[in-house]
Ligand binder design. Structure first.
Ligand code: AHR
Length: 503
């Protein structure tokens, strides 16, 4: 029998798990907004046209912050198109996704939806086709109570209370040649620095996110971060990371080890940020907002290129509607393990995206909403990962991967909340063939009981939830879990994700 060994000591603290790590992302892309969160004609639509069944699922998912309105979309977006009387709002070309944007939903409606789901709105400004003035304008419109042209406009539009948005992204993926307004790191650094300093004139306490790299595979990765941070270090609070994973050429061994790439990505950005900190002699530490991450079958993604005739770009077409399998969910659970493991520096993150577009929640127009496989590890980690993240001692058998060399078969992270005396352990078994029994030395946690042990796995790792079979895959109780004299023993099925709750 294959065995692994894990030691947990509550005094080995990495950092407090910021609730913002369980954020997500809503972009005006495909059916994320229209026919996703907003569908006025749906039987479950509320008085504002939002789907109540989707709101219930978002709440169940445990999403804390939501980044909005893009993504690539934001780099061509005019925020003022989306406010004021709906019948006067213009239809616009969305160059990022070759779609027609109707602007039925904009900042005020989205903020209202955020109140319904109970989360914090994180807003991205357009630094692609726009710049400092527009960022100042949307900030004034959103956050000033009244007494200025734009704040009074919001009040006149029916939103009396300011939105109070704390976190602002200074553009999106400006390192990517696909991005409207993409330029050099120096160009972007100048613009982001000017925008940040101007926004802070209005409110010095804003939390600002500067664009890092769109992936660790970008040719400018590392240099981009150094140049951008060197210019903006004193003016921003976070640098962003984005990463998407998919199996390449059927290599599921490497795919299951995607979190190794995420670990290295995070640690490289920390090293670069700390280098800039040292060179500048700064006492400030830069945190990471990992504000786009997920499994995304980008190699299948060619729908946008097929939409050519700009006079007939569709409204809310079906784009990026990946159907997630069990193996995808195991990888996603492992990516969350990586984020929580770096709790001292990754203090915000956004699963991209939330509804219909590479999403944990799917909807059918006029029909039902359902949970994809990836819903489960996210919901459970958000619910159980409380308090601090702990540094673990993990001895695991290893396997060879084409992408990352020799990597552990088991990966894990643990959290501990001293106040409630509750702990959680999240584990994955990356083996395609073998179950693995893990002995967890948890004596120092003084845990008296296993409150729950749930795993996500299936005989068919390609099983998925679909419109036809929305509950095909779900969590299962892992009945192998035992606690004897401070040692938890649990058996992890091949290709599985597991959460253990101890108290
Ligand atoms: O999430 C989908 C897209 O991926 C976003 O619009 C963009 O920022 C990234 O490239």
């Amino acid at each position: 029998m294959t065995r692994a060994h894990l030691t947990i000591d509550p005094s080995f603290v990495v950092g407090r798990v910021d609730r913002r790590v369980f954020g997500s992302f809503v972009e005006h892309l495909g059916r994320c907004v229209y026919d996703g969160i907003y569908e006025p004609g749906h039987p479950r639509a509320d008085e504002d046209g939002f789907r109540a069944d989707v709101i219930e699922l978002v709440r169940e998912l445990g999403v804390t912050t939501v980044r909005y309105p893009g993504g690539n979309f934001v780099s061509g977006y005019r925020w003022e198109d989306g406010v004021g009387p709906r019948e006067q709002r213009p239809r616009r070309l969305d160059l990022a996704w070759h779609s027609t944007e109707t602007n039925e939903v904009g900042l005020d409606e989205f903020a209202r939806w955020m109140d319904k789901v109970g989360g914090e709105l994180m807003y991205a400004v357009n630094l692609g086709t726009r710049g400092v003035q527009d960022a100042l304008d949307v900030l004034e419109y959103a956050n000033l109570r009244s007494g200025t042209a734009l704040s009074d406009q919001r009040v006149g539009n029916g939103t009396t209370e300011p939105h109070g948005i704390r976190m602002w992204c200074l553009g999106n993926e400006m390192d990517g040649p696909w991005q409207l307004g993409h330029g050099t790191a120096e160009d972007y650094a100048q613009l982001a620095g000017k925008t940040a300093r101007a926004m802070r004139q209005i409110d010095p306490d804003l939390e600002l996110v500067v664009c890092g790299s769109s992936s660790a595979q970008m040719p400018t990765f590392g240099t981009w971060e150094r140049v951008v941070l060197n210019e903006t270090y004193d003016d921003v609070d976070y640098i962003s990371c984005h990463a998407y994973y998919e199996p390449k050429d059927g290599d599921y061994g490497s795919f299951l080890a995607s979190a190794v790439n995420m670990d290295r990505f995070i640690e490289s950005v920390i090293a670069t940020a700390d280098h800039v900190k040292a060179v500048r002699g700064s006492s400030k530490t830069m945190n990471i907002s990992f504000d786009e991450w997920n499994v995304w079958y980008q190699s299948r993604f060619n729908e946008v290129d097929k939409i050519t005739d700009a006079e007939h770009w569709p409204v809310a077409p079906r784009l990026l509607e990946d159907v997630y399998t069990v193996v995808d969910a195991v990888v996603l659970g492992n990516l969350l393990i990586s984020l929580v493991r770096h709790a001292d520096r990754v203090t915000a993150a956004s699963l991209a995206q939330l509804v219909n577009v590479i999403a944990p929640i799917m909807t059918e127009p006029g029909g039902q909403a359902w949970r994809q496989t990836t819903f489960f590890p996210f919901a459970v980690t958000s619910a159980l990962a409380r308090g601090v993240s702990l540094e673990l001692k993990l001895d695991s058998p290893t396997y060879d991967t084409a992408a990352y060399g020799e990597v552990p078969l088991v990966d894990a992270v643990a959290t501990h909340d001293a106040e409630s005396a509750r702990s959680a352990v999240f584990l994955v078994n990356r083996s395609l063939t073998d179950e693995i029994t893990v002995d967890i030395d948890a004596g120092l946690l003084a845990a008296a009981s296993i409150d729950s042990a749930r795993s996500l796995y299936d005989d068919d790792m390609h099983a998925a939830n679909t419109l036809a079979e929305p509950e095909r895959v779900g969590l299962r109780d892992n009945t192998s879990a035992r606690l004897v004299d401070g040692t938890v023993t649990i058996t992890l099925p091949p290709v599985s994700w597991t959460a253990l709750e101890l108290s």
